[in-house]
Design a protein around this ligand. Structure first.
Ligand code: FE2
Length: 220
């Protein structure tokens, strides 16, 4: 298995998760009302928000060799808006402002976000560092299918500021970890198969997130 096959396996599995949970139709239905949109935006906020802290948590454990932290640093640079783009947090604030929520509201914690984030943090703080970095890299692969579904579900509302979703639906951040994977693979006996359980962890946890997120916003 090469890196492209690894990436495309994860990508296809996430597409299956989205389809088996009927994510697109259910999101469309919930978000067809202003109330539903606001509920989604509030519930999703703390789930996406923790990514920066996760990347720093992994970075704080990374060995000094640049291949371990370059992908994380580049990701964070992009999250922060690079030289002249808008920071991703700011893009989300613009989105919630466009649906009538206070952009300066405190990021709400929910039962789902507590559980979702705790599982992620437990994993990246306890797993061997290579697995923790690979988990972040895998998380990057599923940005594109996930945010494409979100963007698709929301785009019929022409008054919304959806730049946040648009940017992430075309994100290709996995390649930022190329040097990490090539250094790992240069060691005798190492292979990408070593990271299949990591990919399974990320995918299963994302499946859990979609199930819980959808059922909680549908109940609202
Ligand atoms: Fe982002």
């Amino acid at each position: 298995m090469n890196l492209e096959q690894f990436r495309s396996n994860v990508y296809s599995k996430e597409l299956e998760i989205l389809s088996s949970n009927n994510v697109l139709d259910r999101l469309r239905r919930v978000c067809s009302t202003r109330d539903g949109l606001q509920t989604f935006a509030i519930q999703f906020y703390p789930i996406r928000y923790s990514f920066v802290q996760l990347a720093f948590a992994v970075g704080s454990r990374a060995p000094m060799h640049e291949s371990y932290w370059y992908g994380l640093a580049k990701n964070l640079y992009e999250e922060g808006g690079e030289e002249n783009k808008t920071a991703h947090n700011e893009l989300y604030r613009k989105f919630i402002s466009s649906i009538g929520l206070d952009p300066n509201m405190e990021v709400p914690e929910t039962i789902l976000s507590r559980s979702f984030n705790k599982t992620w943090f437990d994993f990246v703080l306890r797993a061997p560092i290579e697995q923790a970095i690979a988990a972040i890299a895998v998380y990057e692969i599923i940005d594109s299918p996930d945010y494409s579904a979100l963007y698709e579900a929301l785009r019929e509302h022409s008054s919304l500021d959806l730049k946040f979703f648009e940017v992430h639906s075309v994100a290709e951040h996995f390649s930022m970890f190329n040097s990490f994977f090539s250094k790992y693979l240069s060691k005798e006996g190492n292979s990408l198969e070593d990271f299949v359980p990591v990919a399974d962890f990320v995918l299963n946890h994302q499946d859990f997130m979609w199930k819980e997120l959808l059922s909680s916003i549908e109940q609202n």
